[in-house]
Design a protein around this ligand. Structure first.
Ligand code: PLP
Length: 381
C-alpha cells in the first residue's frame, strides 16, 4: 500500500488530502483495497455510485454501447442523447437538456444561460453553498479559502445567509440574474433549506423577475428519497444543474431548463466536445432505468429513515438529512473517519465536526447495522 502512496506523492498534483488506502475493486456497497481488506462504502464516490459498485446491468449496457459507438461530438445526432433528454423530461418536469461532464460544468452552463436570458449580471448565492471549482461555479461558492487565490472571479456575486429570509430580502434586487442554491447543502455537511425560506425565494422571484437555479448535483437521482430534492420542497426551478449520480460514477452532468427560457437562447451560446456523448448518455439511461426498476428512490427513503433512527440511538449530535443523504455532528470528524476506516467503513468528513453519509441507494438493513456497530464502538473507544 505505502509503495503506491509514495509513487502518487511524486506524480500527482497534491490538491487532495487522501485517505491512505488504495482501492482496487468494488461490489455493491463494498469496496476492496489492494491488500484484500473490505470496506462498507458510505461515501459512494461522493454520492455518485447509486446503483452500487460493479453493477452488472450498468456494465452490460456500457459494454453494448461502447462496442457500437463511443463518441462523435455534438455536431451529429445520436440516439442515447435524445432518449436521455426524454427520460429527464419525465423525471424532472423540465423541458430541455444539455449535457456536460461534471457538476461544475453544469453550474457553468446554468450561470451562462441565466445571464443570457435575463440580460442581467448579478448572481445571488448563500453562505456555505458549494457549486464547483471552475471560475464561474467557484464565484458562487461560499468558502473563501477556495475563492480567494483565484480572484478576480465572476462579478457581481452576493452571498445571503442560508435560511435567513431577512438576509435574502436584503440581497436580491432588480439587477439579480439568478439565485442559485443547494436545497440541501452537501459539501458543508448536509444542511437542508427551510421550506419557508425556499417559498420566499419564489415570492421574490415574482417581484424581481430573476431566475432560480437549483443545484441538484449532489441531491439528484434518488439520493434524498425523491427523484430530486425539489420534489421534497414542491418548487420548480427555471434551471436545474445535475451530475454525480447521473452516471453512477461515469462522468456525465446536465442542465435542464424550461421551454420559456429556451426561447431566449441562441445557437452558439454554449457547447461541449464530450458533453452528452453516446457512451455517457447510455450509462446514464441505464442508471435511471436501474433506479426505476429496483425502486431505489423508495429504498433511499426507507433506508434513510432506518439509518437516521439507528444513528439517533448513538451519541451523535444533530442527526439530519433526507433519504440516504445524511449528516451527523461529532466532536472530531477526522478521528471518527479513522476509527471507521480501521473497522471497515468509509465515511466522509466535510468539516472538523461534520460527517456525511451517502451510500449506494441499494444499501440494506444488514449493512446499516454493520455500520452502526462500528460507530457504536467509537462511543466506547
Ligand atoms: N454542486 C454541488 C452541489 C456539489 O456538491 C458539487 C460537488 O461536490 C459540485 C457542484 C461540483 O461537481 P463536480 O465536482 O462534479 O465538478
Amino acid at each position: 500500500m505505502n509503495d503506491w502512496i509514495e509513487r502518487e506523492s511524486k506524480v500527482y498534483i497534491q490538491f487532495f488530502n487522501r485517505i491512505p488506502i488504495v482501492i482496487e475493486s468494488g461490489k455493491g456497497c463494498w469496496v476492496y483495497d489492494i491488500e484484500g481488506r473490505r470496506y462498507l462504502d458510505l461515501v459512494a464516490g461522493i454520492a455518485c455510485v447509486v446503483t452500487g459498485h460493479s453493477n452488472e446491468f450498468i456494465i452490460e449496457r456500457m459494454k453494448k454501447q461502447a462496442e457500437k459507438l463511443i463518441h462523435v461530438s455534438n455536431l451529429y445526432y445520436t440516439k442515447p442523447q435524445i432518449e436521455l433528454a426524454e427520460k429527464l423530461r419525465e423525471i424532472t418536469g423540465l423541458d430541455r437538456f444539455f449535457f456536460t461532464n461534471s457538476g461544475t460544468e453544469s453550474v457553468e452552463a446554468a450561470l451562462k444561460i441565466a445571464r443570457k436570458c435575463t440580460g442581467r449580471k448579478k448572481f445571488v448565492s448563500f453562505v456555505n453553498d458549494f457549486h464547483g471549482r471552475t471560475m464561474g461555479a467557484l464565484s458562487v461558492t461560499w468558502k473563501e479559502k477556495f475563492r480567494k487565490p483565484f480572484e478576480p472571479l465572476v462579478q457581481p456575486v452576493a452571498f445571503a445567509d442560508f435560511n435567513s429570509i431577512e438576509s435574502l430580502e436584503k440581497t436580491v434586487d432588480e439587477e439579480t440574474a439568478a439565485v442559485i442554491l443547494e436545497l440541501i447543502q452537501g459539501e458543508s455537511g448536509v444542511y437542508p433549506a427551510d421550506r419557508e425560506f425556499v417559498k420566499r425565494i419564489f415570492e421574490l422571484k415574482e417581484k424581481f423577475d430573476f431566475l432560480v437555479i437549483f443545484d441538484e448535483v449532489q441531491t439528484g437521482f434518488g439520493r434524498t428519497g425523491e427523484w430530486f430534492a425539489k420534489d421534497i420542497y414542491g418548487f420548480q426551478p427555471d434551471i436545474i444543474a445535475m451530475a454525480k449520480a447521473m452516471g453512477n460514477g461515469f462522468p456525465i452532468g446536465g442542465v435542464g431548463i424550461t421551454e420559456e427560457i429556451h426561447g431566449r437562447i441562441d445557437k452558439g451560446d454554449h457547447g461541449s466536445t464530450f458533453g452528452g456523448n453516446p457512451l455517457a448518455c447510455a450509462v446514464s439511461l441505464a442508471t435511471i432505468e436501474f433506479i426505476e426498476e429496483n425502486n431505489l428512490v423508495k429504498n433511499s427513503k426507507k433506508m434513510g429513515d432506518y439509518f437516521r433512527k439507528r444513528l439517533s440511538e448513538l451519541d451523535f449530535k444533530n442527526v439530519r438529512g433526507y433519504g440516504l443523504m445524511i449528516g451527523v455532528t461529532v466532536d472530531d470528524a477526522n478521528t471518527f473517519v479513522s476509527h471507521a476506516l480501521k473497522n471497515g467503513v468509509l465515511v466522509n468528513a466535510t468539516s472538523e465536526k461534520d460527517i456525511r453519509i451517502v451510500p449506494p441507494l441499494t444499501i440494506g438493513k444488514e449493512e446499516i447495522d454493520f455500520a452502526i456497530e462500528v460507530f457504536r464502538k467509537f462511543d466506547k473507544r
